[in-house]
Ligand binder design. Structure first.
Ligand SMILES: [Zn+2]
Length: 78
């Protein structure tokens, strides 16, 4: 039997310097920018990197909003 699947590695890239209002809980806080990096795994060992996704996360409610890579870079370098 072959065990395969995917695993997501999460990394916090930085914080958005400008406070923003969360679209979910309406809190005005500094949001975090995170990257999800999905890998193909074989027998639970990550072998092949598949894709990266970028999100802005509200620290209050944990709401994630998907953003583009270019926007993620802009948000943390401002
Ligand atoms: Zn929120």
């Amino acid at each position: 039997m072959i065990f395969y699947g995917t695993k997501i590695f999460v990394k916090q890239l930085g914080n958005v310097h400008q406070a923003a209002v969360c679209g979910h809980c309406r809190a005005q806080t500094g949001h975090a920018v995170i990257r999800h990096w999905t890998w193909f795994t074989l027998f639970f060992i990550p072998l092949i990197p598949l894709w990266k996704s970028y999100f802005v996360v509200c620290p209050g409610c944990g709401e994630k909003t998907k953003i583009k890579k270019s926007d993620a870079k802009k948000m943390i370098s401002q």
